[in-house]
Design a protein around this ligand. Structure first.
Ligand code: 3PG
Length: 241
């Protein structure tokens, strides 16, 4: 693992990416040949921050390939379940990590990593597990199942300085409601990555669906993205730690 980056820096980087990319597409690669054209279609549609899951055997190589061939994108690793997987995605060049849930092992390992982790949470107790370790940005998962917008409003009471990326059941119909919450920094999901279109290699359809997803939210396509800690414009407010 590489040297520790402070949580303040990690939060600042996450916030910067989320402010320019309001939707985080969750991508599971089934065929090697899909990796570049799928990422290109999403980027052409306006999404340049991508989460590649480790749900398929191609996850790691997809992260590696995208980091080599598409340095203009921000490529994160999803479905990171433990410290060993964290080490693998870090070696593959992932720029951030997403987990569906929280374990003490993973939360502690990510503190030692230079990569920001968005730990998955579905309850106040899980948030507190991360909070005690200075995490302030989480993935709410599975968002619709664990209470959706109503849960976010309720969690905003005790956790006023926490922000979430709700994922799981977020779609074209409800994404706008999620993004309207002050404690939502971005939403994640698969709705613009239609599996049939991917299998058919219909990249124009993916690009269009991506553009429509952003238009439906009145969200701008991702512009220039800060790529590493040296490029950050500002630090997260100290009070947030
Ligand atoms: C995830 O792990 O983030 C989810 O599988 C995405 O959920 P969705 O398919 O309901 O968008």
């Amino acid at each position: 693992m590489t040297s520790t980056q402070s949580m303040t820096d990690k939060i600042a980087l996450i916030d910067q990416w989320c402010s320019v990319a309001r939707i985080l597409p969750v991508i599971t690669i089934e065929r090697e040949a899909d990796i570049l054209p799928l990422a290109d279609a999403l980027a052409a549609g306006g999404l340049k921050v991508l989460e590649i899951t480790l749900r398929s055997a191609l996850g790691l190589s997809a992260i590696r390939l995208l980091r080599e061939q598409r340095p203009e994108l921000i490529v994160g690793a999803g479905t990171v379940l433990d410290a060993a997987m964290l080490e693998q995605v870090e070696a593959a060049g992932a720029q951030f990590i997403v987990s569906p849930g929280s374990t003490a092992e993973l939360l502690d390992a990510a503190l030692q990593s230079s990569l920001p982790l968005l730990p998955g949470v579905a309850s106040a107790s899980e948030i507190m597990l991360g909070y005690a370790r200075s995490y302030r940005r989480f993935k709410l998962f599975p968002a619709e199942v664990c209470g959706g917008v109503a849960a976010l409003k309720a969690l905003g009471g005790p956790f006023g300085n926490i922000r979430f990326c709700p994922t799981g059941g977020v779609n074209a119909r409800n994404a706008r409601d999620y993004l309207a919450q002050s404690n939502v920094m971005c939403v994640g999901g698969t709705w613009m990555v239609d599996a049939k279109a991917v299998r058919a290699g219909d990249w124009a359809a993916i690009e269009n669906a991506t553009r429509q997803a952003l238009q439906a939210l009145d969200a701008a396509p991702s512009g220039e993205l800060p790529r590493d800690f040296d490029l950050r414009a500002e630090r997260a407010e100290q009070r947030e730690l």
